[in-house]
Structure formats: structure tokens, C-alpha cells
Design a protein around this ligand. Structure first.
Ligand code: AP5
Length: 211
């Protein structure tokens, strides 16, 4: 199964993708995670991407398409995968077409903008294993360390209030047109993000036909 998770920043794509990944036994490929790792390791890709991410802008298409193309060649992708945060522009979606990749379903998670700001401002991430928490909605066991690997949790640099607003604007201008793009192909499944994480998971599993 090849699945895309679409939705505004903070809609819960990463959280749901992690759960579906475990259930379906397929990897999640998050371009955001790959880019943050590159920034942490100060690789040439990381150096090029850093200023875009810190301003809340999209990294240029050619860079992101290249990293995705490389990642899809890894053996763990042979039985399917979840794309979290890719595509984000029509050009990126067309790049998947050019690679002859057939997407089965696109899960479009909708959360209103005012909720997004609250979710992102309260998000905490594990710098070691990438697990994501929320100070209120999904706290780690002690609220300070990662429940999975005990590293101290941090706040993403792009989760500052002014950057969150830029990311939302970029989403509405550049990424939201993908909803129509995939709806016209009959593979878009809308999921309204719920207050309780588990309720969103139940709706996501339902549209994907998973139990
Ligand atoms: P990326 O890392 O992909 O960030 P994003 O799309 O902005 O999405 P987020 O990771 O912020 O949110 P999410 O939807 O995964 O929500 P989460 O599950 O964490 O990209 C970062 C940057 O990299 C981009 O801005 C761009 O610059 C660049 N980039 C990446 N891909 C690119 C591409 N293809 N092209 C160009 N540039 C690219 O949830 C958010 C919070 O809410 C968490 O705290 C969570 O615990 C909580 N939460 C989740 N679900 C619920 C719920 N149901 N109820 C309550 N709380 C919830």
C-alpha cells in the first residue's frame, strides 16, 4: 500500500502516520524528518535547507524530490510506504507520476487553523528517536523525557508563533491545491481531526480499511 498523508502543519500527519505504519507494517517516509536530520548533521543538504525551514518556507522542489527519490530506492520500501509531508506542491506530485508511482490513498487530515497554532505551540519532539508529544494532549510519561528512549524532549525551531503563521500561509497557497489534484483522481479520503488522538486514529484506520 502506498499512502500519502496530507494536511496543514500540525494537523497530526506524523502522529497518525506512525500509528498506521506499525499497523500496516510499512515504513513512514517524512521529508521533514530527513531534512531536520540533515540540518543536525550539518550535511550540504542540511545547510541548503536550514534557512527555508526556519522561515517556515518550503525547501525547493528539486532538493526534496532528489531526497525522496533516493529514499524510495531503499529495500524497506518494496512492499509500500507512507509519505508524510510529500508531496507539498503540484510539481512534487507530478514528480511521483513521472516515477510511475501509483498512490493507493491520500488521507487528508483537516484541522482548523486556530487549533493548529495550539497544537504546534505545545508540541515537544525527541531529538534522538523523533517521537512526537504534546504537553497537554499527548504528554510523555514524565513530561520532560521521551517515553521511548529517555532523551530530553525539545521544541522545534519552526514551532515559534510567527513561523507557525508563515507555515500555515504557505500551506494554504502551495499545498492545499493538492486536495483537488487527488480528489479528481478519486483517491482522496477526508478525515476531520478530532480532539482525542485515538478518535482521529479510528477514522484514519477506517478510511484505509485497516482494523
Ligand atoms: P514537516 O516536518 O513535514 O512539518 P509539517 O508538515 O509542518 O508538519 P508537522 O510535522 O509540523 O505536523 P504534523 O501534521 O506531522 O503534526 P504532528 O503529528 O506532529 O516539515 C517541516 C519543514 O520542512 C517544512 O516547513 C518545510 O520547510 C520542509 N519540508 C518538508 N517536506 C517538504 C517538502 N515535501 N517540500 C518542501 N519543503 C518541505 O502533531 C502536531 C501536534 O499535535 C503534536 O504535538 C501532537 O502530539 C498533537 N496532536 C496530534 N494529533 C492530535 C489530536 N488528534 N488531538 C490533539 N493533539 C494532537
Amino acid at each position: 500500500m502506498r499512502i500519502i498523508f496530507l494536511g496543514a502543519p500540525g494537523a497530526g500527519k506524523g502522529t497518525q502516520a506512525e500509528l498506521v505504519s506499525k499497523k500496516a507494517g510499512i515504513p513512514t517516509i517524512s521529508t521533514g524528518v530527513i531534512l531536520r536530520e540533515a540540518i543536525k548533521n550539518k550535511t550540504p543538504l542540511g545547510v541548503s535547507a536550514q534557512s527555508y525551514i526556519e522561515k517556515g518556507q518550503l525547501v525547493p522542489d528539486e532538493l526534496v524530490i532528489d531526497i525522496l527519490t533516493d529514499r524510495l530506492m531503499q529495500p524497506d520500501c518494496k512492499d509500500g510506504y507512507i509519505l508524510d509531508g510529500f508531496p507539498r506542491t503540484i510539481a512534487q506530485a507530478e514528480a511521483l507520476d513521472k516515477m510511475n508511482i501509483k498512490i493507493d490513498k491520500v488521507v487528508n487530515i483537516y484541522v482548523p487553523d486556530e487549533k493548529i497554532v495550539e497544537r504546534l505551540a505545545g508540541r515537544r519532539s525527541c531529538p534522538s528517536c523523533g517521537a512526537t508529544y504534546h504537553v497537554v494532549y499527548n504528554p510523555s510519561e514524565d513530561g520532560v523525557h521521551c517515553t521511548k528512549c529517555t532523551s530530553e524532549l525539545t521544541q522545534r525551531t519552526d514551532d515559534k508563533p510567527e513561523t507557525i503563521l508563515n507555515r500555515l500561509e504557505v500551506y494554504h497557497k502551495q499545498t492545499a491545491p493538492l486536495e483537488e489534484f487527488y480528489r479528481n483522481r478519486g483517491i482522496l479520503c477526508d478525515v476531520v481531526g478530532q480532539e482525542e488522538l485515538e478518535d482521529t486514529t479510528a477514522l484514519t484506520m477506517k478510511v484505509l480499511g485497516l482494523k
